[in-house]
Ligand binder design. Structure first.
Ligand SMILES: Nc1ncnc2c1ncn2[C@@H]1O[C@H](COP(=O)(O)OP(=O)(O)OP(=O)(O)O)[C@@H](O)[C@H]1O
Ligand SMILES: CCCCCCCCCCCCC/C=C/[C@@H](O)[C@H](CO)NC(=O)CCCCC
Ligand SMILES: [Ca+2]
Length: 586
């Protein structure tokens, strides 16, 4: 196959002659009329060729250029380092070649197109695109039509575009409408829009497989359609954590070349119902309260989270709860091992084998670990009880612009586990230190009132077993801020381990901040509501007592994880020597 596709000839770029070679895997060109030592080779993996056009073509911005029938243009992926984030930005590279004859030109374009088909089997041909016109800064439509659609067109992808007119339209469409012929679904919006697509696709897949989503013990069927995210929301956490940058062009290029990144999903249950799915944050306490507060200030746009974060921080709340968790195998990885899940991650690759073994009994649809009533599995559960500033479960790092390394910097995208972060009640300044560390490279887990566990499942209940059902966000906000809620004293705490940690941190912090503390304490509320709410990827859950299970690699995104920016040193300078290194990365 590879030898069939090999093509080698002289080609011209501008007025310079090059020796060009197409092997099965790479297109390479080297300046011909130079001494050996000065020769530079540019090498583009075939898998990263976006498109091949006859003539001299320019898009983004589109221009008509004079050409002949001996010219062709190759579009491919070019990388550069992002100033503000850890990942790499992708843009459209373009080289216009001239051939000695039209016959040779046709040979080059045909060979390249065949190589693309052969080596990129997951490239989509037809996509279903949902645009949320109201997400983030309300630029979804503009972003899609000006930056993404021209790239899809260049790559020969046909798309069916739906601009949503109401919340949950994308989810309902995916649950009910005919999806024949689509290779993937793209959402243009934020994490809320992604969540709609996630729910629609998981629900549809289970319906078609005849599986019951409500039972946490059932092994769910992975979704056959890939999901692409064009970021146009407020937090865009899923995009940030799976691509490494918030950039519509980079995301569009990942979709075009058919990148494939599996992703763990957490199902959240209450009693015998499925409440929701989550990939990023299932958070109680601080993150729940911030979300509930922010819903009142939607008009502020993305800034609502900063404002609400300050308000909630100053209200100084902590909540009583019982957290039970099923630890993951500690020999596989640890949330404190200071590694990062990057593109090509070994921990995730090994998990694929573990999660989908090719043995004949792997078809079992029932996993005894998760049967809530199975006495066999009860022994492995760990239980802690006390007062918490926040309880968070995240299936991935959940990095975003606010927190470039995320809630759990060493979490894996596709290892079949989640990280449970327990922040015990502590002095307000200590909690501020914890929050602040999310914005830097300092370890937020290296604090005596913070615990982190790699888990397969989590159960949360209230100490007195009293469940409250919230009926809607309006009512919920009233309940959180209003008088109807029963109040408890913040100083009552459970658990001796927590009390010890608490007193050490309080002493340290009070010494450090003798002058600031009294001012801050004056601002803080003396009372706290008895219960918080759960924030599930930006949606408030209507229940307090929940059971969560992580489903390994349940969905696939058009992404490849975060590329290691360190491997791209000096690329931003684009010196001739490095230019080819930038292009040949990987
Ligand atoms: N046409 C629409 N009208 C109103 N709401 C919509 C519409 N389309 C989608 N939605 C809802 O809007 C919510 C928020 O959208 P989205 O996630 O795109 O933006 P965001 O909230 O600004 O970003 P993020 O989720 O990243 O913070 C989603 O939960 C989605 O269900
Ligand atoms: C003194 C400085 C303090 C700075 C505090 C920084 C802490 C930042 C941690 C960021 C965690 C983001 C978790 C991601 C959550 C998303 O699934 C969700 C949907 O978009 N976003 C929110 O709920 C929005 C909720 C955002 C909460 C801040
Ligand atoms: Ca994971």
């Amino acid at each position: 196959m590879e030898t069939d596709l090999r093509l080698e000839s002289s080609l011209w770029i501008g007025n310079k002659r090059y020796r060009a070679v197409l092997t099965g895997w790479h297109l390479k060109w080297t300046e011909a009329d130079k001494k050996n030592g000065d020769k530079k080779t540019v090498s583009v993996p075939v898998a990263e060729v976006v498109g091949v056009e006859n003539g001299r073509v320019e898009i983004l911005p589109q221009k008509s250029v004079e050409d002949t029938d001996k010219d062709f243009t190759v579009f491919y992926i070019k990388r550069s380092r992002s100033r503000s984030t850890y990942g790499l930005l992708w843009s459209l590279g373009r080289t216009q070649f001239s051939c000695p004859s039209r016959v040779l030109r046709d040979q080059w374009t045909n060979h390249l197109r065949t190589a693309l088909k052969t080596h990129s089997p997951l490239r989509p041909h037809r996509l279903l695109v949902f645009i949320n016109p109201f997400g983030g800064k309300k630029k979804g439509r503009e972003i899609y039509h000006s930056l993404v659609a021209p790239l899809f067109e260049l790559a020969g992808i046909s798309s069916h575009v739906i601009v949503t007119e109401r919340a949950n339209q994308a989810r309902d469409h995916l649950l009910k409408k005919d999806l024949t012929g689509f290779d993937g679904v793209v959402c243009v919006g934020g994490d809320g829009m992604f969540s709609e697509v996630l729910h629609g696709l998981i629900g549809r897949t289970q319906q078609e497989a005849g599986l019951c989503e409500t039972d946490p013990a059932v092994t769910l069927q992975p979704c056959p359609l890939h999901i692409g995210i064009i970021p146009a929301g407020s937090t865009d956490c899923v995009c940030y954590a799976t691509v490494g940058v918030i950039d519509p062009v980079s995301s569009a290029l990942h979709i075009i070349i058919g990148d494939s990144q599996p992703l763990d999903v957490c199902s959240v249950h209450h009693a015998s119902t499925l409440v929701r799915y989550s990939v990023s944050l299932v958070g109680y306490g601080f993150y729940g309260d911030v979300l509930a507060e922010s819903e009142k200030h939607r008009w502020m746009g993305p800034l609502r989270y900063d404002y609400s974060g300050t308000v909630v921080y100053l209200s100084n709340r902590s909540y009583a709860g019982i957290v039970q968790y099923l630890p993951a195998d500690p020999l596989l990885s640890s949330p404190k091992d200071k590694t990062r899940c990057l593109s090509g991650c070994n921990v995730c690759s090994r998990s694929t084998e573990r999660l989908f073994p090719h043995t004949s009994d792997s078809g079992s649809l029932y996993s005894s670990h998760f049967s809530q009533y199975s006495s066999d599995s009860e022994g492995e559960w760990v239980s802690v009880e006390g007062r918490f500033r926040c309880v968070s479960i995240t299936c991935m790092s959940s990095s975003c612009a606010r927190s470039p390394l995320g809630l759990s910097p060493s979490a894996h995208l596709a290892d079949g586990t989640g990280d449970l972060i327990l922040v015990w009640d502590t002095h307000p300044l200590s909690f501020l230190k914890f929050l602040y560390r999310h914005t830097s490279t300092q370890d937020q887990f290296d604090l005596p009132f913070v615990e982190v566990h790699r888990v397969k499942a989590v159960r949360f209940s209230l100490p007195d077993g009293r469940e409250e059902v919230h009926e809607g966000i309006g009512e919920l906000n009233r309940a959180i801020g209003g008088e109807e809620r029963e109040y408890v004293d913040t100083v009552s705490r459970n658990g001796s381990q927590q009390q010890l940690a608490q007193s050490v941190v309080e002493r340290e912090t009070m010494n450090e901040h003798k002058t600031v503390a009294p001012i801050l304490c004056g601002l803080c509320c003396k009372k706290t509501p008895a219960v918080s709410v759960w924030n599930c990827d930006g949606e408030i859950l209507p229940f307090t007592e929940i059971f969560c299970r992580i489903h390994g690699q349940l969905v696939r995104l058009y992404a490849r994880g975060i590329e290691d920016g360190a491997a791209m040193q000096n690329c931003s300078q684009e010196s001739d020597k490095n230019k080819s290194r930038c292009i040949t990365y990987k």
